[in-house]
Design a protein around this ligand. Structure first.
Ligand code: URA
Length: 225
């Protein structure tokens, strides 16, 4: 019998790879480093690998033909999950898909969406730099406002998206998204112009681009926001 020599280097590499997949950020024999207070898991890019949570996982959980709420009975085409950079610092949250979004499966691609694209470009970013999602993932019939039971059913998927993306700034577009996330009935006129702490990000409410299409003079406030 010929026993193969143990390759300690390979074993060490395997061990460290496993640790890094668990979210361990480094190793050191320095006692001060070992007792550091910074959380080892949550700040590491592989922490999501450890928790298993990714945007793809959320999209799969949501499924292509979600029937959790009554919106699936009204003949929309598809679930509009969200689009953009999964590591974005800036997340825009709208209300719900409209007809164009339902057609293409991408949020904010209609007239209001084209204005949102211009707003993003006005701050020297591209749509691909940011992430765009809605509170509600399916088009409400005749673009009516989403109803409370629909929000309650759908918003956990948005919360999971926020927790995975970990944006620095969340811009809520319009009254509906702002009130839903902040759990308030305050009017948008009272909420915009303020900055809120929300799930580890700064939440900045602003007017919905569809509102701006009807009230172009409010573009100035959106620019300030
Ligand atoms: N309005 C929204 O709130 N979301 C979209 O995706 C499109 C229009």
């Amino acid at each position: 019998l010929v026993s193969r020599p143990v390759n300690h280097r390979d074993q060490l590499v395997e061990h460290l790879t496993f640790a890094s997949e668990l979210g361990v950020t480094g190793v050191s024999r320095d006692p001060a480093w070992r007792q550091r207070s910074e959380p080892v898991l949550s700040s590491h890019p592989l922490a999501f690998a450890a928790s298993g949570e990714t945007l793809d996982r959320i999209r799969i959980d949501l499924g292509p033909d979600c029937s959790r709420c009554k919106l699936h009975t009204f003949g929309h085409r598809q679930v509009v999950f969200g689009a953009g950079n999964p590591n974005a610092d800036l997340l825009f949250v709208g209300e719900a898909p409209g007809a164009d979004e339902d057609e293409q499966g991408i949020p904010f691609v209609g007239r209001a969406g084209q204005l949102l694209t211009k707003i993003i470009e006005a701050i020297a970013l591209k749509r691909d730099d940011v992430y765009i999602a809605n509170v509600i993932k399916c088009r409400p019939p005749n673009n009516r406002n989403p109803e409370p039971d629909e929000v309650e059913t759908c918003e956990p998927f948005l919360f999971r998206q926020i927790d995975v993306i970990k944006p620095k700034v969340i811009v809520t577009l319009g009254k509906f998204a702002t009130q839903s996330l902040l759990r308030t009935l305050d009017p948008i006129s009272r909420l915009r112009g303020r900055v809120f702490e929300y799930r580890g990000a700064k939440l900045i409410p602003t007017f919905h681009p569809a509102y701006l299409l009807r009230n172009p003079s409010s573009k100035r406030e959106v620019w300030e926001d």
